[in-house]
Ligand binder design. Structure first.
Ligand SMILES: Cc1cc2nc3c(=O)[nH]c(=O)nc-3n(C[C@H](O)[C@H](O)[C@H](O)COP(=O)(O)OP(=O)(O)OC[C@H]3O[C@@H](n4cnc5c(N)ncnc54)[C@H](O)[C@@H]3O)c2cc1C
Length: 243
């Protein structure tokens, strides 16, 4: 939508992040660390934010050898014509994950591969590489923040990193984003949010980050795009396909 002549901004931020799941929490945290004043909004009420990141297994796919892992992913995605740069960025990210845990998530990751006898994560040992017969599969690993799964542990760390930056990040719960606001040249310059039944126009000087999950709670979209009439989500109830 465009701002009408008689409308003005209700608030101004450097960055507005929509969706307080893993992607939104991470975007908000790093924007704040770069000095931005951030507004983070989520449609869920406080205590129910976190999206599927909160309910998921908390298992992070990683790997150790860039060249071998790249071969594995090339083989897994063949014969799709995948953009080489996208693949390289993805695999580099995976290889950097052990360092990322230490630098940004407060400690050394728990490696499933390096703890083969651990009973809590035994089911992951055979799940890790989906195609163990492909070259490079042996460098694949699953990382966790500790030796438990499906306990929201990673989510709690991501969330805490946002809350620890409350001087830079304002969080609004029960506040869905309704529209992006464009300039006449179509640049995104803000977002319209709904809070307590009222609409507010928020100016975003340096960008709006869309991190509002999928459409699994939207029956019409599930029918239209997945061709299914009766699917029940196993996770958050607040991803309605708004993005
Ligand atoms: C049961 C389950 C287990 C899984 N296990 C794993 C796993 O172990 N490892 C793995 O890598 N992946 C796993 N996944 C997938 C993983 O959970 C998701 O890919 C990931 O959490 C997506 O993160 P996200 O931040 O993009 O979205 P989400 O975490 O879903 O966050 C989206 C947020 O946007 C908010 N939102 C939606 N619409 C609006 C709006 N209009 N305005 C404001 N806010 C809005 C929602 O309330 C939500 O908080 C699992 C998924 C499920 C369902």
């Amino acid at each position: 939508m465009f701002l009408k002549d008689n409308e003005s901004w209700n608030a101004t931020y450097d960055v507005v992040v929509i969706g307080f799941g893993g992607a939104g929490a991470t975007a908000a945290r790093f924007a704040a660390d770069k000095g931005a004043k951030v507004l983070l909004v989520d449609s869920a009420p406080e205590g129910h934010e976190g999206g599927n990141t909160r309910y998921c297994g908390q298992i992070v796919e990683a790997g150790y050898d860039y060249e071998k892992l790249k071969k594995y992913y090339q083989k897994m995605t063949a014969p799709l014509d995948l953009d080489e740069q996208v693949l390289e960025t993805f695999v580099k990210g995976m290889v950097n994950l052990p360092d990322y845990f230490e630098k940004y998530l407060g400690g050394k990751a728990f490696s499933v591969k390096n703890n083969p006898g651990n009973k809590n994560v035994a089911m992951l040992a055979y799940m890790s590489a989906e195609y163990p017969e492909f070259e490079g599969a042996d460098t694949n690993d699953d990382l966790l923040v500790h030796d438990q799964i499906f306990d929201a542990a990673l989510w709690k760390k991501l969330r805490q990193n946002v809350l620890d930056r409350s001087d830079k990040i304002d969080v609004l719960y029960s506040t869905p984003a309704k529209h992006l606001i464009q300039d006449t040249d179509k640049t995104i310059i803000g977002v319209q949010i709904k809070n307590k039944g009222k609409l507010f126009n928020v100016h975003a000087k340096n960008g709006v980050v869309l991190a509002l999950g999928g459409f699994e709670n939207n029956e019409q979209m599930v029918q239209d795009y997945l061709g299914e009439t009766n699917l029940l989500p196993y996770g958050t109830l607040y991803n309605n396909g708004d993005g």
